[in-house]
Design a protein around this ligand. Structure first.
Ligand code: BGC
Ligand code: ZN
Ligand code: ZN
Length: 358
């Protein structure tokens, strides 16, 4: 079968034939891949720059792909032929309690594996076999945008945890929702857009920031979902007020964190989701002391598991109805597998999500 293959640590990507026996499979449900999504992680892998990238034991190559949509070809368990499904991309270490309870996002040994990233073949191939435990059913009517459920799952988990952590204070507003809480989203890429949609769905006031003017598409999206945009090209001095949540959805240099910290409100949360590939930042003790006096929480956020994929599916179904213009704009390009190396090697202007079709 055809597969999209990389060599972790070196630059390059190719579509090539692999033998069914030489790639990893994980269970009894045979899933035929319909499409894959591409994200920044895939491109870092292709550039040979992803530091956590690792091939499965015994070889130096890895099947790429952690965003996938497929259709069941050989049924097993609750999965029937023709069910549209999406795989959970991170799998547990099999040792720690969190992993044993389906929460590999909080693995305590660090020995989890990630499809198409570390120690586990990914989903950019014609078909593979999986365990029902790791498959999520895609509801009818959202097949065209369902690929977004993977990145969105990471964000569902993140917003859930921010809300959970804030149970430490009286944080809901006088209408019982989060409508008086202000969130600042750093970055207006696919992650910035999706987390803004999610925060709006949880009633937060949302300001999205990037170091440039918004594109026309971004402008239309933020209007429809009711988010404000702030151009930070000249810094943050004009940014008004403080924020209860600051969510880093960018890979901007770490100094951005340093610059933004003074804008955190009392009892605020700084969500660290996007990580810059390199760079340095300094925090002096007075700034840290201020954070402590303000009761700020800094939260490391990565990866979503099955319950978060399910939340993501529900939100995508809802958003198709409430924000149709936005949901129609999120997939900016669909290419055939043979063109995958090209779209994996550079990011197009105005790109939000690119899909590869099998
Ligand atoms: C994936 C996450 C994963 C992370 C770190 C992201 O691109 O969406 O699920 O945990 O990369 O490898
Ligand atoms: Zn990703
Ligand atoms: Zn674990």
């Amino acid at each position: 079968m055809k597969a999209i293959v990389v060599k972790p640590g070196s630059k390059g990507v190719e579509v090539r034939d692999v033998n069914e026996k030489e790639v990893q499979n994980f269970g009894r449900v045979k899933v035929r891949i319909i499409e894959n999504g591409i994200c920044g992680t895939d491109r870092e892998l292709v550039q040979g720059k992803m530091t956590s990238a690792r091939a499965p034991q015994g070889r130096d190559w890895l099947v790429l792909g952690h965003e996938a949509l497929g259709v069941v070809e050989e049924p097993f368990g609750e999965f029937k032929v023709n069910d549209v499904v999406m795989p959970v991309n991170r799998r547990g270490c099999g040792k720690c309690n969190n992993c044993l309870m389906g929460r590999a996002d909080h693995c305590e040994t660090g020995e989890f594996v990630e499809a198409g990233i570390s120690d586990m073949d990914g989903f950019m191939r014609e078909y593979y076999y999986d365990d029902p435990k790791y498959l999520v059913k895609v509801p009818k009517g959202i097949e065209d945008i369902a690929i977004l459920a993977q990145p969105l799952s990471d964000l569902e988990k993140s917003v859930n945890e921010i809300i959970k952590v804030q149970e430490r204070v009286y944080w809901t507003c006088n209408d019982g929702t989060f409508s008086c809480r202000r969130a600042l989203v750093i970055g207006s890429g696919p992650i910035g857009i999706l987390v803004s949609m999610l925060l709006r769905s949880h009633s937060f006031q949302v300001t999205v920031t990037n170091r440039r003017e918004p594109t026309e598409i971004e402008d239309q999206i933020f209007q429809e979902i009711g988010a404000e945009y702030f151009n930070s090209a000249k810094g943050y001095t004009e940014l008004k007020g403080r924020f209860d949540v600051i969510f880093n959805a960018s890979t901007a240099p770490p100094t951005v964190i340093e610059d933004i910290i003074p804008f955190l409100n009392y009892n605020g949360v700084l969500g660290l989701f996007g990580f810059p590939p390199s760079g340095e930042m300094k925090l002096n003790f007075q700034e840290i002391q201020k954070l402590s006096l303000k009761g700020v929480a800094i939260l490391g956020l990565a990866n979503g598991q099955k319950p978060h994929f399910e939340d993501a599916m529900r939100h995508l179904s809802q958003w198709k109805i409430t924000w149709p213009k936005t949901t129609n704009k999120l997939i900016t390009r669909t290419v055939h597998v043979d063109e995958a190396p090209k779209v994996l090697s550079f990011k197009e202007e105005n790109e939000i999500k690119v899909k590869i079709r099998w």
